[in-house]
Design a protein around this ligand. Structure first.
Ligand code: URA
Length: 194
């Protein structure tokens, strides 16, 4: 029988399905549903946030609340649309009251993110906020890393032994608390397309 290989989208759909039905993440019990991520399976740029919030939990889609509006504005500032990129997060289930996910919760979800990255094979991995950056630096080095100071890292590309380039950015939600940061973020965002 001829062996057919699944399309990238089908493989990503299978991951979303596994998350929904088989994830061992403790947050699966309290969340409405997983937020696996969405976008272009052939994207050159993958955005990784921290964890879904309330709107994402209810809809199953990443970054659709207020922080998502900021992300859309940033994407538009460099002429990108959501369909050009892939958007996901480190933790795939909403933590109660949007608390920071625990290491156990993160590690239960991380293999799914690794598989998503392996399927998409992006050139650039944009981390949104310090927790996403922390986890990806740990993945890169194989060692524990403390939450990195974003003031030192934002907007500066970091080469990866794994063949990607990391671009750490402030989390879009930061612009909701500090409007002045939006200009910095727009400036940093130029590095996404350069
Ligand atoms: N923050 C995230 O990190 N991810 C979302 O999907 C929404 C807010």
């Amino acid at each position: 029988m001829k062996k057919t290989s699944l399309s990238k989208q089908a493989q990503l759909n299978a991951i979303a399905d596994e998350l929904r039905h088989h994830s061992t993440c403790p947050l699966r019990k309290t969340a409405t549903q997983p937020v696996a991520g969405e976008g272009n399976p052939n994207a050159k740029i993958v955005f990784i946030g921290e964890a879904p919030g309330k709107n994402e939990d209810l809809s199953g889609r990443p970054f659709i609340g207020q922080a998502g509006k900021v992300l859309d504005e940033l994407l538009a500032s460099v002429n990108l649309k959501r369909k050009d990129v892939f958007i996901t997060s480190i933790e795939k289930f909403r933590p109660p009251n949007n608390r920071v996910p625990t290491p156990k919760e993160i590690m239960a979800c991380f293999p799914y993110l690794e598989r998503q990255i392996a399927i998409i094979q992006p050139k650039i991995i944009v981390t949104l906020g310090r927790y996403a950056l922390q986890r990806m630096l740990e993945w890169e080095s194989g060692e524990k890393v403390s939450p990195p100071p974003m003031a030192d890292y934002h907007g500066k590309k970091i080469p990866s032994k794994k063949g990607y380039i990391y671009l750490p950015l402030y989390h879009p939600a930061a612009a909701l608390y500090n409007r002045k940061l939006l200009a910095v973020m727009k400036d940093d965002f130029l590095a996404v397309i350069r």
